[in-house]
Design a protein around this ligand. Sequence first.
Ligand SMILES: Nc1ncnc2c1ncn2[C@@H]1O[C@H](COP(=O)(O)OP(=O)(O)OP(=O)(O)O)[C@@H](O)[C@H]1O
Length: 249
Amino acid sequence: MEAIRTQNLSKSYDGQKTFAGKDLNITISQGEIFGLLGPNGAGKTTLISMMCGLLKPTSGEVFLNELNFKNKRTQILKKIGVVPQEYALYPTLTAGENLNYFGSLYNLHGNDLKQRVENGLEQVGLLDYKNKAIKDFSGGMKRRINLLTGILHNPEILFLDEPTVGVDIQSKEVIMNILKKLNDNGTTIVYTSHHLSEAQDFCTRITIIDQGQILKEGTPDELIQSVSDAQNLEDVFLELTGNQVRNDA
Ligand SMILES: Nc1ncnc2c1ncn2[C@@H]1O[C@H](COP(=O)(O)OP(=O)(O)OP(=O)(O)O)[C@@H](O)[C@H]1O
């Protein structure tokens, strides 16, 4: 069953002079772990933001569970989780207060919300920090709480923009294990990353994009086999996107 479909999805930030995404057609099945990879400025955040309804496309359509975002937005938002690249946390509030707030946005309340918050904090190893303010947390601790804000309601589809950026190996392990568990329980995952070996191990399918266009799509093995002498995804990535350093944001 189809979970996500984009149809000729395009985005321009400058009145259609240039495009951060152009005519993107991607179909993702339920239960997949789909990776969006590309160099800085390739258009990953733009694409994932349009897929999850944070950013309005210039043209084209997004369908989630075959519902069109344009007219079924409220229905769709209840079923998805979004973990943005920037921390979406209130620094002066405690971890518990932040999670209660985000849970309430998904209509969770009472004992159910309390249990979900405590289970979540326990899973990410931060139950003892429930009553501590976020401003005193390390980067890795904030990333783990940031992840929880998007998954308290057990979404059918989860979108994550660089969920492991800037974290140590221990926090990364915790985050990846939670994501694997969610996927085992049926959640479809779409994520962007610059960690190519992580994506190679984690994703069922990957699309490599640059300059707003899809360069190649396939399973990690298919991508590696498609480039002669490639040993891993990093070789494929360099072959497709070149060695030129990108200065884009
Ligand atoms: N709000 C914006 N206004 C104008 N241009 C933007 C905006 N957001 C992104 N862009 C431009 O769109 C292009 C794609 O950016 P995007 O952030 O989607 O890339 P990315 O692949 O996520 O990059 P990174 O890996 O650096 O996060 C870039 O040229 C970027 O400068």
